[in-house]
Design a binder for this molecule. Structure first.
Ligand code: S3P
Length: 434
């Protein structure tokens, strides 16, 4: 575990290109392994989580070539996932753990074992086990709901499934299983969540019908995937949006960032609070599912912030950025409230407790609620020491808090940032020295 110090900075200036998208990279590797022909992925994220996915695809029989400018995945095909000798190690990657069983469940007569790190072992898999069992697969999980777990592949049949929580991971798992199930699988979403899987299915020649909050997919012979280009990750860009908005005198240009509407809830929250985020964010909600992912440069500058309320509908669209909303709330005038975000307890750490305890330890006035938090804005943050709890997003939250604080912040466990953003401290040094 490494400790890093982030002292207050006068201003952050210049350009930054955030790492490419973690969610899309996971999907690109999995779809590449399921596809009939080799898939070239430009801009694949090389970080701990997405390396776990490449390793898992190799274990399942794919040939994965990593070149300087692209990753080429030569897959085994939709119905030919091999059985590895050892359990598949998903590392820290919740998305890998929850998407992959959708494919494995459809391999009749084969059993796969999945496990991961200590954080993964406290993250439930019952949310995917339920629909996969309804489709005919067998899932045996530790204590009925945790990794390590086994997936017994069977011939699947279609279901009509209403997601109990708005989760892109669960939706994606069922969509993938629907590709091989007999009949038409229908999924009803309680609220919109990130739609990268839907876009990648469209890019793979799969007919996916969306009607209101329902998605419908039927089985296909094979995936015919075009080459893929992965845009910058809006969740990684979010740290520079927050830093640019909080550190007075800053002006940051964030290059080539994904602006898929289902990922830019945080950008809209920041704009509502008074932060300056300018870019092409015009993608409309409810657009037909499109194959591509929209991209834009973003221009970020500090502005006086006011508190806001984030309601349940907005939560899935900003789920991974909600810790940053808490930090912005500290510097805003008035109260900032996040509601309907109980899912935060099930992330890489319990992000309600860890954010509230962590920011309070730095001098913030913040209370946890059952489904979020309430922050009283004080316009400043003292500083101190914060633990990442091994959670990449909390490590970078602590770093941004330090940049905007009065006395600086020591982050214990800064190495966790490598899960999604291995070059974070280098990019910080560049922006702080310009
Ligand atoms: C993800 C979906 C979200 C998100 C996670 C990545 C994905 O999780 O928090 O970091 O790639 O589908 P849930 O599906 O649990 O909301």
């Amino acid at each position: 575990m490494t400790t890093a110090r982030f002292d207050p900075v006068d201003a952050l200036r210049g350009e930054v290109t955030p790492p490419t998208d973690k969610s899309i990279s996971h999907r690109a590797a999995i779809f590449g392994a399921m596809a009939a022909d080799p898939v070239r992925i430009r801009g694949y994220l090389h970080a701990a989580d997405t390396t776990s996915t490449l390793d898992a695809m190799r274990a399942l029989g794919a040939i994965v070539e990593v070149h300087a400018d692209e990753v080429v995945v030569r897959g085994s095909g939709l119905r030919e996932a091999q059985v590895p000798d050892a359990p598949i190690d998903v590392g820290n990657a919740g998305t890998l753990m929850r998407l992959l069983p959708g494919w494995l469940a459809a391999q009749p007569g084969r059993t796969y074992h999945l496990d991961g790190d200590s954080s993964i072992r406290r993250r439930p898999v019952d949310r995917i086990a339920e629909p996969l069992r309804l489709m005919g697969a067998g899932i045996e999980a530790t204590d009925g709901r945790f990794p390590p777990f086994a997936v017994h592949g069977r011939r699947l049949h279609a279901i009509d499934y209403t997601l109990p929580v708005a989760s892109a991971q669960v939706k994606s798992c069922v969509l993938i299983a629907g590709l091989t199930a007999d009949g038409a699988t229908t999924i009803t979403e309680p609220k919109p969540s990130r739609d990268h899987t839907e876009r990648m299915l469209a890019a793979s020649g799969v007919t996916l019908r969306r009607t209101g909050d329902q998605l419908c997919v039927t089985n296909v012979d094979e995936l015919l995937l075009e080459d893929l280009v992965v845009p910058g990750d809006p969740s990684s860009a979010a740290f520079w949006i927050a830093a640019g908005v909080l550190v007075r005198g800053s002006r940051i240009v964030i290059r080539a960032t994904g602006t898929n509407w289902t990922r830019t809830g945080f950008h809209r929250i920041v704009q509502r609070m008074g932060g300056i985020v300018v870019g092409d964010l015009e993608e409309d909600p409810g657009d037909d599912v499109r194959a591509g992912e929209p991209v834009s440069d973003l221009d970020v500058a500090a502005g006086p912030l006011v508190g806001t309320t984030v309601e349940a509908d907005e939560v899935p669209l900003a789920i991974d950025e909600l810790p940053l909303v808490a930090l912005l709330g500290v510097f805003a005038e008035g109260e900032t409230v996040v509601r309907g975000a109980q899912e935060l307890k099930l992330k890489e750490s319990d992000r309600i407790t860890a954010v509230v305890d962590g920011l309070r330890g730095l001098g913030a006035s913040i209370e946890a609620t059952d489904d979020g938090f309430v922050v009283q804005g004080t316009g400043e943050l003292r500083g101190g020491t914060i633990s990442s709890h091994g959670d990449h997003r909390l490590a970078m939250l602590g770093a941004v808090a330090g940049m905007a604080s009065r006395e600086g912040v020591t982050v214990e466990g800064m190495d966790a940032a490598a899960v999604s953003y291995p070059g974070f401290t280098d990019d910080f040094a560049t922006l702080a020295s310009a």
